[in-house]
Design a protein around this ligand. Structure first.
Ligand code: NAD
Length: 280
């Protein structure tokens, strides 16, 4: 069965709207600062989608767009200024950056408490120690989808295909924290289907169209397809959805699946940070 991610997102949006209204009524205006220093067209589209959702949810947003002459120092100075601005709750550095910029140094310079993307090593570390931190957006969205299915995670076999820092590794730790037995597969894994066939939950974040076929899953599996691939002008996932859907218990669609939850998770993170202002 295809998971109705649209309704999950729409319900969560309503909850978030209420939280934002409450904050605003208490004089707190959640504010996101976005830094865009890239030629990447997909990043520009992504930033404009974030802007639209900020408008829809009544979140203040400010964008800093740089051309290719920008220096590392200029970006670090801006981040320092935003780190010290009490009206800014979250700082988002849109990746990838121009190739002459040092991405790691820039990401690590963001105040860990304003790291709305959850990419700071301290926030990633908190996933491992199972402490409250800011969870990166795509893995957070995936967990929200799974929780809507009322899954009892304890003891389930969760298989994550892909070991990136933005998706594969954090989702593996979130599932581990819920009590799953987690296996991480990657490009060097021998006989991928040996693992995927045994999965109760299968998260695929690879970037290879239709990598996961019907004969690689069991009929009780919940499949989360994170992949976004363009094939013949169409967006497809990492799973051969048409055939896999007939067999498995649940599957997320592409498009209209995990991608929908990512921006919402970002703004949920922002509101989580802004809520802490009321405790200061
Ligand atoms: P990445 O390129 O950083 O990592 C890909 C991972 O896949 C690597 O760990 C690699 O070892 C593994 N891999 C490659 N080929 C493999 C194979 N044949 N078998 C098994 N593993 C293999 O990718 P990423 O940033 O994690 O993104 C993965 C996909 O998810 C991409 O299509 C990306 O566009 C998409 N994505 C979607 C969202 C969303 O919001 N829906 C967010 C982030 C990424």
């Amino acid at each position: 069965m295809i998971i109705d991610v649209k309704s999950i997102v729409s319900n969560r949006k309503e909850i978030l709207k209420d939280k934002i209204n409450n904050l605003r009524n208490n004089g707190i205006k959640p504010k996101l600062a976005v830094i865009l220093a890239s030629f990447d067209e997909a990043s520009k589209i992504y930033v404009s989608k974030k802007k639209n959702m900020c408008e829809e949810l009544n979140i203040d947003e400010v964008e800093y767009v740089f051309n290719e002459t920008v220096t590392q120092e200029e970006i670090l100075q801006l981040i320092d200024k935003l780190n010290n601005d009490n009206n800014v709750d979250g700082i988002l550095v849109q990746l990838p950056l121009y190739s002459h910029l040092n991405e790691k140094e820039i990401l690590n310079s963001v105040d860990v408490n304003k790291d709305v993307d959850g990419f700071h090593p301290l926030n990633l570390g908190k996933l491992i120690t199972n402490e409250n931190g800011i969870i990166s957006c795509t893995p957070k969205g995936i967990m929200n989808i799974l929780k809507e299915l009322n899954i009892n995670f304890t003891g389930l076999n969760a298989v994550v295909v892909g070991r990136s820092v933005i998706v594969g590794k954090p989702i593996a730790h979130l599932l581990l924290n819920e009590g799953c037995t987690v296996t991480i597969c990657h490009s060097k894994t021998k006989d991928l289907s040996l693992y995927t066939k045994n999965a109760d939950i299968l998260v695929v974040a690879v970037g290879v169209p239709h990598l996961i076929k019907e004969d690689m899953v069991n009929d009780n599996c919940v499949v989360i397809d994170v992949g976004i691939n363009r094939v013949d002008g169409k967006i497809v996932g990492d799973v051969d959805t048409i055939n896999v859907e007939k067999k498995v218990k649940h599957i997320t669609p592409v498009p209209g699946g995990v991608g929908l939850t990512t921006i919402l998770s970002l703004l949920e993170n922002l509101v989580q940070i802004a809520s802490l202002r009321s405790n200061k």
